[in-house]
Design a protein around this ligand. Structure first.
Ligand code: NI
Length: 174
C-alpha cells in the first residue's frame, strides 16, 4: 500500500456498529474543520501550492476537495433520509480540482464553508436513530451503502486528507 497516499490506511467499513462508535464518528466530523485549520496553520502560499506527492494534488486542492466532498456527502445523507434508496450523484473530482476556484479561492473560504456545513450536518446526525442509519442509497461507484457505512466513510475521508497534509509537513520539515 502507498503510505504517502494512504497515511491512515485505506477505508474499511465496520458493518455491525454501536451507538458509541457512531458518536465517535460524529465527533470526528464535528472536529474536522478545526483539525484541518490546525494542519495548514502557518503554511505559505508557496507551500500550499506544493503537491503532497509526485503527481498528486496540492495542499490547497486537498482543502477545496474536502469541502466539495462534504457538500456532496451532505446531499447524499439528506436524500437517503427522505427518499427510498436514491442513486447518489457522482462527480469527477480530478476535473473539479482543475476548476478556477481550486487555484484562486483562499483555503480559509473552504474551511469556513466546512465549519458551517458541519454545524448543520452534525445537528441532523445527532438526531438519527439506528433505523435511520440503516437507510440506504446506491453509490454508482461502490454499490448499495447504508448511512452507517457512509458516516464512517465520511469521518475517514477527512482524517485521510488531513493526514496527507500533516505527513507532508513532517517529510518536508515545515
Ligand atoms: Ni478525497
Amino acid at each position: 500500500m502507498d503510505e504517502i497516499r494512504y497515511p491512515i490506511g485505506e477505508f474499511r467499513a465496520i458493518t455491525e456498529v454501536t451507538q458509541e462508535q457512531r458518536d465517535a464518528w460524529i465527533r470526528a466530523i464535528e472536529e474536522m474543520s478545526s483539525e484541518l485549520r490546525l494542519s495548514v496553520e502557518g503554511l505559505t502560499l508557496e507551500q500550499l501550492s506544493q503537491p503532497y506527492r509526485s503527481g498528486g494534488w496540492t495542499v490547497q486542492q486537498i482543502v477545496h476537495h474536502m469541502a466539495d466532498n462534504d457538500m456532496n456527502s451532505y446531499i447524499r445523507f439528506k436524500r437517503a433520509l427522505t427518499e427510498e434508496q436514491p442513486t447518489a450523484c457522482t462527480y469527477r473530482q480530478d476535473g473539479w480540482a482543475n476548476l478556477a476556484d481550486y487555484v484562486e479561492t483562499p483555503i480559509e473560504t473552504s474551511i469556513t464553508l466546512m465549519e458551517c456545513l458541519h454545524s448543520r450536518f452534525v445537528t441532523i446526525l445527532r438526531q438519527l436513530t439506528p433505523s435511520d442509519f440503516a437507510r440506504k442509497f446506491t453509490s454508482p461507484a461502490v454499490g448499495e451503502m447504508t448511512l452507517d457505512v457512509a458516516l464512517q466513510r465520511y469521518a475517514w475521508h477527512g482524517q485521510h486528507h488531513i493526514a496527507q497534509i500533516v505527513t507532508l509537513r513532517e517529510r518536508m520539515g515545515w
